[in-house]
Ligand binder design. Structure first.
Ligand code: MSP
Length: 644
């Protein structure tokens, strides 16, 4: 596609206040934006993804002085935290804007100046109830509390009366134009419930908006009247223009403005859906396509926020589980727009059931079978049968649905759709039982067809999931033997047949280890007393432990290794295949004791040759004075089940 004919897609997150360190709530907006940006790139569009920090205003000024810092020193520190977090979460933003950058300040002053010249900004006196925390004057209809004070309806904090000379923006003059605009653009605010909220607010009548402060020094001075500082929200909203080149890089600006979507939390809807379009109308800029208000992550049913002391540090999850499970969880768990309660149990369930069982196992056992039965490369395959065609048809349907749902920003539903497909692929394997077909040499081509079909389906699943889990899906893509990166394959070009016979796959590596509740708590748990025995213990990290693939294995055959006292050669069924393992237990156990028994085996131990036999794993046993003692699972535990 020629550069110029490509569609452009400009997506933004809110810019985050630097008085607070990032938590899961902030990460949520940015993860949604990243998944959408990545999808749009796959869809062949030219994408610009903007995020950044909101650094001016009273809130930041106060937080800095409480810490004995200059506001810019605090900002610098918090910006580093944000940038590091975005890197660790694999956020592919194109530009990080800071409102303290001179180009931004200049751009804001330029718009201010223009509106003042036009008469949309004028000087007057404002007296009203002001919430310092949210940096805004309360609407007049907020009732007085007993004791003559008002409570901010958004954050629940006490507001104070402020009376000052200031500049006003003629918001009231835009009421009708805004209502007209909403009517002509019903998807300007999404989801629709939020649109209704905005329309009814505007219908109640808009008052002119005070957009400068004399009491706040930390901000952008009004051009030509430096005793006045531009209100932090007027300043901040314009980042969406300056971040894309306004007054700095005209080509870039022309290319991407207006934005396709401003992604925001529902708490800041009014600023984005009422004030912002009014400012833009006044300054003759085109209006963004959509303001998408997502819900909140709650803990104990209240919004996660620093002031409530109930925030969840993303690193608690990132450090132990990595970025992808977290990205998947927040996008899958709640449809964008609704609130969700963050619980460790919910996270564990998603990771174990969706990622480790449904997806991870599917990839792992398919690659293992291709490795074991075809040395990594399927060659000849039989004709497609009805059941094989069904998988291909399901792919076509899934591709269309997933594309559509991504286009609608319905990420949770897109993931549901992908999981329906994953389940049908798992069912396909269960019905076709390739591990049994493998026992019949005459059915090699049929075996090839089944695994080819499964690998083709997996390739598409990996592709569909890439925007949500870029790191592990890029790994899986590589394991499938793909040479060009995922991002080079356009969505429209994705074909079931792109995985062809002859493609060499790599031996699998575990992508999503199962997790347990204690993994969350291990930080606190591993704190041995001073001088205790454990202190001398040589610990392995959980990461190291997780590398071991422990499974239930069923002993299907056993024979003593000739010329030895203790060695026995075992054939062990590990669910996807049978392995040979040599164990030093013949002095205690006979073949009859062992055949049909199920026990724990480690299956990713480097193979070793013992007495000329390659041992492809190891059974686990207790050792008592040099003698082995085995522990067996119940007969109904299936071979291949993970041991954790
Ligand atoms: N600086 C303003 C935005 C200016 S945009 C021109 C601001 N910053 S903030 O840091 O307080 O919050 C930014 C965004 O973080 C919220 O709109 C929301 O997107 C997200 N969240 C903060 N807490 C949240 C949750 N508990 N849950 C989900 N998202 C929330 O507002």
């Amino acid at each position: 596609m020629a550069e110029s004919s490509k569609k452009h897609f400009y997506i933004t997150t809110p810019i985050y206040y630097v008085n607070d360190v990032p938590h899961i709530g902030h990460s949520y907006t940015t993860i949604i934006a990243d998944a959408l940006a990545r999808f749009k790139k796959l869809a062949g569009e030219e994408v610009f993804f903007l995020t950044g920090t909101d650094e001016h205003g009273q809130k930041v000024e106060r937080a800095a002085s409480e810490k004995g810092l200059q506001p810019i020193e605090l900002a610098d520190k918090v910006v580093d935290r944000y940038k590091k977090l975005w890197k660790d979460l694999n956020i592919s933003y194109d530009f990080f804007i800071r409102t303290t950058e001179p180009f931004h300040e200049k751009g804001v002053q330029k718009v201010f100046h223009k509106l003042k010249d036009k008469g949309d900004i004028y000087k007057g006196i404002y007296k009203g109830w002001y919430c310092i925390s949210d940096e805004y004057f309360l609407p007049e209809d907020v009732p007085l509390e007993e004791g003559d004070y008002k409570i901010c309806p958004d954050c629940g904090r006490k507001a104070g009366i402020v009376s000052e000379e200031c500049y006003f923006f003629k918001l009231s003059a835009y009421q009708e134009r805004l209502l007209d605009f909403y009517q002509k653009n019903p998807t300007f605010v999404r989801p629709p419930s939020r649109m209704n909220e905005v329309v009814s607010f505007v219908r109640q009548g808009l008052k002119d908006l005070s957009i400068t402060r004399t009491t706040v020094k930390w901000g952008i001075p009004v051009p030509g009247d430096p005793d006045h500082t531009i209100y932090v929200w007027f300043d901040a909203l314009h980042n969406y223009l300056t971040g894309i080149g306004y007054d700095r890089d005209e080509n870039l600006f022309q290319k991407y403005w207006p934005a396709n979507v401003h992604l925001i939390g529902k708490d800041i809807l009014r600023f984005h859906a009422i004030f912002w379009p009014a400012f833009l109308m006044a300054a003759d800029f085109s209006l963004p396509q959509t303001v998408f208000g997502h819900g909140w992550w709650l803990r104990d049913e209240t919004k996660m926020s620093k002031s409530k002391g109930n925030i969840l540090d993303p690193y608690l999850i990132l450090k132990t589980f990595g970025a992808d499970p977290l990205r998947y969880f927040v996008l899958r768990e709640i449809p964008i727009g609704l609130d969700g309660n963050f619980s460790h149990e919910g996270f564990i369930h998603r990771v174990n059931s969706d990622l480790a069982n449904d997806l991870g196992n599917l990839i792992q056992r398919t690659l293992t079978m291709i490795q074991n039965y075809f040395d990594g490369q399927i060659e000849d395959v039989s004709e497609e049968e009805e059941i094989d065609r069904k998988l291909r048809q399901d792919f076509e349907k899934t591709k269309e649905r997933v594309f559509q749902l991504y286009e609608e920003y319905a990420l949770s539903r897109a993931l549901e759709e992908i999981w329906t497909y994953i389940n049908s692929v798992n069912k396909y394997l269960a019905e076709n039982e390739p591990w049994n077909i493998a026992k019949d040499r005459n059915r090699k081509k049929r075996l090839g067809r089944i695994l080819l079909q499964t690998a083709s389906a997996i390739r598409s699943i990996v592709y569909f999931l890439f925007p949500v889990m870029p790191e592990s899906m890029a790994k899986a893509w590589d394991l499938l033997g793909e040479e060009k990166p995922i991002r080079d394959e356009p969505f429209s070009g994705l074909r079931f047949d792109s995985f062809k016979a002859g493609q060499k796959v790599k031996p699998p590596v575990p992508l999503f280890p199962r997790i347990a509740l204690k993994d969350f708590l291990k930080e606190e748990d591993i704190q041995p007393d001073q001088g205790s025995k454990e202190e001398k213990m040589e610990y392995v990290t959980f990461e190291e432990f997780k590398k071991m693939d422990l499974r239930v294995g069923e002993i299907t055959a056993a024979e003593k290794v000739e010329g030895t006292e203790k060695l026995i050669k075992l054939e062990v069924d590990i669910g996807t295949e049978k392995r040979t393992m040599v164990a030093g237990i013949a002095d205690v156990y006979t073949a009859e004791d062992l055949v049909g028994k199920k026990l724990a085996v480690i299956i990713n131990l480097k193979p070793a040759v013992i007495r000329g036999i390659e041992s492809q794993g190891m059974i686990l046993a207790a050792e008592i004075e040099g003698k082995a003692s085995l522990s067996f699972f119940d007969p109904d535990v299936p071979p291949g089940a993970k041991v954790v």
